[in-house]
Write a protein that binds this ligand. Sequence first.
Ligand code: MG
Length: 391
Amino acid sequence: MKQMKTSMAAIIVSTAASAVFAGLYGDTPDAKHAWAVHDMNRPVPTRVTAEPGKPPSDAVVLFDGTSLDNWESTKGEPTKWRLADGALESVKGAGYIRTKQAFGDCQLHLEWASPSKVEGMGQGRGNSGVFLMGSYEIQVLDSSETAVLPDGTNLNPNYADGQASAVYAENPPLVNACRKPGEWQTYDIIFHQPVWADGKLKYPGSVTVLHNGVLTQDHWEMEGMTTHCRRRPLAQHDTKLPLQLQDHGNPVRYRNIWIREIPSRYANTTHGGPAASEADVMALRRQTAAKLFAAANPGDANKAAALGRLLEVIAYDKAESYMKPVAELSDAYLKDLSGLDKQKLQDRKGEIIGLRNNCNVLTRNQVVPEDFKLKTELQRIISENGLEKKK
Ligand code: MG
């Protein structure tokens, strides 16, 4: 690790100094990866700030305790749910509520509390629900007493696939992390919707839930649309739909609700993984190669630096229009070296070894054959002149 850090530092430093080592360090792009390992050309993620207890800077705040403006009834009318002491409270008979804005794949945070006054049993005790895209319910329920006690009793028996943080009617939570009635609890949910192509299910989507910080759904792949009693297969719907909260007749409260839209891994076709499309990967590789080639300046008086940049180009795309200048510049560079005496070669050993290392990355990844002329010639010069010998 330390060695790698040192090498990376050397690369970054030399990027500014000579650009010989700007690229060609980790394994090169391949059919499924548009970027090399540790690729300095790969765009870095945009910055999001996240202060403790506050929504991330790029989150859509759906409820901050002050207004119901972001919510409406499922008929598109003003909701009859109550704003009470900074909380959003379900009102019996008011019906589900939904966000005015529609969302798809998301990271969702919310806090909820079942009523302090315990009433009912099982599904009748503090029941509500988080309906992702209005279609997939993560159960909200007072399940605090739904566990088998050491003496074998269960104070509030309930079906496992319907307790708090269950994917309702499909998958029970991994553990019961439910707090006591009236206490605030958190859900952190990462949701990917099913993906369809030409009317066929390509990917069932998934949901991960942390209940009070405890993992309760571990990338559960959806089997169907939420319903009661029956198994209802997945069905295609819009890719953005409102988030809904359930009115199940109990005054469950919510607060601090925010959501971040996240990309579908199946829409991201160029970053490796199961969805990587070879055509899209190659298109991005070509685009990167073209951009690098435009900045490569093959006529640079510093032939080594120009060659380093051209070698990087062919790691993305071995088009003849790039391979030809590589071959020409390699010959010109080797010709220059052939006119140098031992001392001058020693003086330039950093550059020579650096380029040979670039070639090594290319041969290791079969971008060029093992007998790539530039590599074999540089290796010969290095060996004959003892350039790698420690003094
Ligand atoms: Mg429910």
